[in-house]
Design a protein around this ligand. Structure first.
Ligand code: DC
Length: 230
């Protein structure tokens, strides 16, 4: 069957990865979580003392980029997990401290160039659902289907707070909300590849949508593109 490229962009904690994964499973496409790649680079920087007092040592990180190898490998249940220089860091990259530093790291053009190149290679053969911030605008400007997800900051913080509590993290709702708003600000105002809706992207505001409705809405859009109906 004709395969397409699906780009899912949007604000943090809008459920991009949930719907992108569902879609990839249903269509038997490859799913790529590009946020995990920026998070893994951030974890590398944190572990190698390149971040101190909330400031990233940009020069040191750029110099170290060739020594950062990222790879997605499937775990026993078929879920793709990110490996940083051979180590599975899927859990470590989800902590709030990584979330705090990832947006500044993602403003560094050299970091973006390295990751975008790898993402474009992963999507070369089409049949890919990729989620992030710049997929429809920079990574795959010719993607056949572009989705742009939004929801209110409060809704998103509430979802993320619940997830972190379920994972056993000790956080306050206010800290999570502050982080969501801070990341929105950095992601939308950075110079290189800011988060914005591509002209041909379809906006989905899921503040009041349940997961099932959201999935079926987007799946129908994908089916139409695959069948060449749109
Ligand atoms: O999707 P996420 O919350 O895991 O992404 C983490 C951060 O990475 C986010 O604040 C912005 C950055 N990011 C990016 O700049 N470009 C992407 N394609 C994906 C993520």
């Amino acid at each position: 069957m004709h395969k397409i490229t699906i780009a899912v962009d949007g604000y943090s904690s809008t459920g991009k990865s949930t719907v992108a994964k569902q879609l990839a499973d249903w269509l038997e496409y490859v799913y790529v979580d590009t946020g995990a790649m920026y998070r893994a680079v951030t974890l590398f920087a944190m572990r190698n003392d390149m971040i101190a007092e909330a400031t990233v040592n940009t020069a040191k990180l750029i110099a170290a980029l060739p020594s950062i190898q990222l790879e997605f490998k499937k775990n026993g249940s078929g879920k793709a997990e990110i490996h940083l220089n051979g180590e599975n860091v899927e859990k470590d990259i989800r902590h709030l401290d990584v979330s705090e530093y990832v947006s500044p790291v993602a403003t560094i053009s050299e970091v973006r160039r390295k990751l975008v190149e790898q993402q474009q290679k992963m999507g070369e053969g089409k049949g890919v659902v990729m989620d992030g911030r710049d997929i429809g605008t920079v990574v795959f400007p010719n993607a056949e289907l572009k989705i742009f997800m939004t929801a209110s900051a409060q809704q998103r913080a509430q979802r993320r707070y619940k997830e972190l509590l379920e994972r056993g993290d000790t956080v306050s709702y206010q800290d999570v909300l502050d982080n969501v708003q801070e990341r929105d600000h950095i992601d939308t105002t950075r110079k290189d590849s800011p988060l914005r809706k591509a002209n041909d992207a379809i906006e989905i505001d899921n503040s009041e949508m349940n997961l099932e409705d959201q999935f079926h809405t987007i799946l129908q859009l994908a089916k139409d593109r695959i069948a060449g109906r749109v």
